[in-house]
Ligand binder design. Sequence first.
Ligand code: 13P
Length: 340
Amino acid sequence: MNIDTLKSMASAIVAKQKGVLAADESSPTIKKRFDSIKVESTEENRRRYREILLTADGIERYVGGVILYDETLRQSTGDGIPFARVLSDRGIAPGIKVDQGAKALALYPGDKVTEGLDGLRERLAEYRSLGAQFAKWRAVNEIDERELPSAFGIRANAHALARYAALCQEADLVPIVEPEVLMDGAHGIERCEAVTAQVLEAVFAELDAHRVLFEGMLLKPNMVIAGKKCARQAGVQEVAAATIRCLKRYVPAAVPGIVFLSGGQSAEDATDHLNAMNAMGPHPWQVSFSYGRALQAPVLTAWQGQESNAAAAQAALLRRCRLNGLAREGQYARAMESAA
Ligand code: 13P
C-alpha cells in the first residue's frame, strides 16, 4: 500500500468544483434505463451511450472520477481508444464497480448483503492493469416500518465493505465505500437519520478494525431524507442540516471527501441539497457528488438512442455537471434551472 498515492488520488477526485460521475450500471440496470427511452440494450448501444458520456467536452472541469462497469472498462471509442485512457488523458480518474450485487442475507428475511469478495484480490489487480485508479462497492440497507435493517444486517454489510476497502488499499486503489440506506418506503426523515447513524457507526468501526487508511478512501453515503412514500417530505434546509449533523457525528475528519449518491432524487433536488450542505460549510471533509441518475437522467432524455441527438446529450451532461460543480461550492441557485 502506497499511502501517499492513495491520499493524493482520493483528494484529486474531490478537488475544487469536482465530483464523480457514476456510470457503473450493471447490465440489468442499464437495460432498465434504456427501456425508459425505448432503446435496446445491445453491447454496441451500451458502448455508444457510454462513449457519449465519457467524451463530452468540458466535463473534466467538474468530474474528478467516473465509475465504470466491468464491460465498459474493457471497451473503447469508435476510433479504438480505450475508455480508461480517454478519461485519464483528460485528468479524470477511471474507477470500477467491483461488488457483485446485493443478495438476500440467509436467515434474515428482508435484509440484503453485498457479494463479491471471493477472488476480489485478483480482480483488483486486473482492473488496475486496465487503468482503474479507484473502485466502488455498494451495500444496501432497506428501511421498513419496524424491523429492517436488522442490527446483524448492518454489521454484515459493514464487514464486507471493510474487507473490500482493505483489499483496494492493498492494491493501491482508492476505495469508495458506499453504505446506502434506501429512500424507498414510507418512513420519515427522523427514521432515516437514526438508521444512517447506525450504519455509519458500524462501517467506520469495521474500517478501523480492518486497518483501512481513512485518508485514502472516499465515503459515498445517502443523504438523510424522508422515504419516497412518506406524506411529510422534508425541505431542502432540513435535509441538509440533518445530513451534515449525522455525518459530523460518525465520519472521521481524516476522510478527505464525501460523495453523495442521488438514490432516486430528481436531478434538481440532488443539486439543491448538495448546494445547501456546502452553503453551511466549511466542513471537515469535501462535500461533493457521485451521482448516477441525477447526472444521467437528462442525458438519456436528450439522447433517445438517436445519433443526431449525441451533441445535445453531451450538452445536457455538461450542464448538469456544471450545476453540481457550483453546488459543490455552495454557489448554485434553483433559479439557474430555468436559465438556458
Ligand atoms: P444514483 O446516484 O443513481 O443513486 O447512483 C449512484 C450509484 O453509484 C449507486 O450505486
